[in-house]
Write a protein of this length. Structure first.
Length: 77
């Protein structure tokens, strides 16, 4: 299997990230500052345009106060 770019999983992770961020009342800038990236990068993560590395996903889980598994809720094998 070759990697061709973001997948449906990346889109789902981004959607869950967006839902949680809004639920906490945080802006994209707030989250960006918490994980030391630009707010434009947060936009790309949330839209599923960019995939997150495992370490970035870990940082995101800390910033949004959820377990890493939260981002994969609803994803089927």
């Amino acid at each position: 299997m070759s990697y061709l770019g973001p997948t449906i999983i990346d889109q789902r992770v981004g959607q869950r990230m967006l839902e949680r961020r809004k639920g906490l009342g945080l802006t994209q800038r707030d989250v960006a500052a918490a994980i030391d990236v630009s707010y434009a990068q947060i936009q790309k993560y949330e839209s599923g345009a960019n995939a997150m590395s495992a370490s970035r996903l870990w940082q995101m889980s800390i910033a949004l106060d959820v377990p890493v598994s939260y981002f994969f809720d609803g994803v089927e094998k």
